[in-house]
Unconditional design. Sequence first.
Length: 408
Amino acid sequence: MAISAVLGGVLVLSACNGGGDEKPEGKGESTAKSQAEVDAAAAKDASKAKITITPKDGSTNVALNDGATVAVSDGTLTQVELKTSEGAAVAGKIAADGKSWKPNAALKRSTKYALAATAKDADGKEAHENASFTTLSPENSFIGSFVPEDGQTVGVGMPVSITFNKPIKDKKAVQAAINVSSSSGQEVVGHWFGEQRLDFRPEEYWKAESTVTMKLALQGVQGAPGIAGVQNKTVTFKIGRSQVSTVDVKTKKMTVTRDGAVLKTIPISAGAPANPTYNGQMVISEKFKETRMDGATVGFKNEEGKGEYDIKDVPHAMRLSNSGTFLHGNYWGSDSIFGSANTSHGCVGLNDVKGANDPNQPAAWFFDNSLIGDVVTVVNSPDKTIKPENGLNGWNMNWADWKAGSAA
């Protein structure tokens, strides 16, 4: 799993949020059902278990000892997995009462981790939580965490995205110490989004079946006064087949194209007119067979300060933006809305079943046939185009502007 960037909320991985004021998918037994009724029905059937991961998702400079813990209320933990960005598993133990988990030993310095937890309530209903974080480094040094991972096979839209744990003041020196090249011979240029993120991409999508190499030579490079790099590393990843899917909000269909040929057409339900889906080219940055979507993470709270919705087992979820836009399965609505009505609050919904265990469902098929780095392009939506820095979506910036953001 590629590990990516900033996820909002109280340790909650995801929530639908496309263009502006978005809320979760809203569908019921008929298209006439109100959003509130559908959300209430989905929440009623959700697990009561509430998982809390410490530290918060996206945290940096996390302590090596007792920096990572998992706790659950109204349920018991059934599985916890902690892995480094290199894929190495970290041993840990669930407490005898099933209420908490912690690793068996101290974490490694300057390492990015991904944690996934599953719990069940008294009725056996599952809840899921996911988070990623980076452990601390010395005060006088900086590191860059990056996607994709060494040895990974990704889609043609996958940029090299590096997030530094400290602000970089000398961007020219740091960028000069990083080289990204492709076996295709494509020109690759870096672009800075603020002081802590540097992305690399070619003008057009990567060539299918090519190999991309990133060389970090940051050891001793001064990123800011008194702050030096500590990484010397070479990362190589493979570009797979070319798959670009087009979601047409007007026709309510998604056309999946692979290597220039139409592979499948899938009925969808995108953002409703009041809460439309972003237009633009979006890159799949994360995939989760099941995950939780909580309205509180994108500002949708009720009078009590809780999320207006909280669905803990959304199936086949694929992240398209940092702000919470997902393409995911939807089991709580009628079959009739797919291809006929846009009912969501910004996400793109595909028909699915609860439990994510039916491979014949459209959402399951797309999940199984998608790679991290595949492109999903949304067209004919009344909303604006997604910002290039919102997710791994720099393809929405023209080449001249992209090159203007280079410090080289």
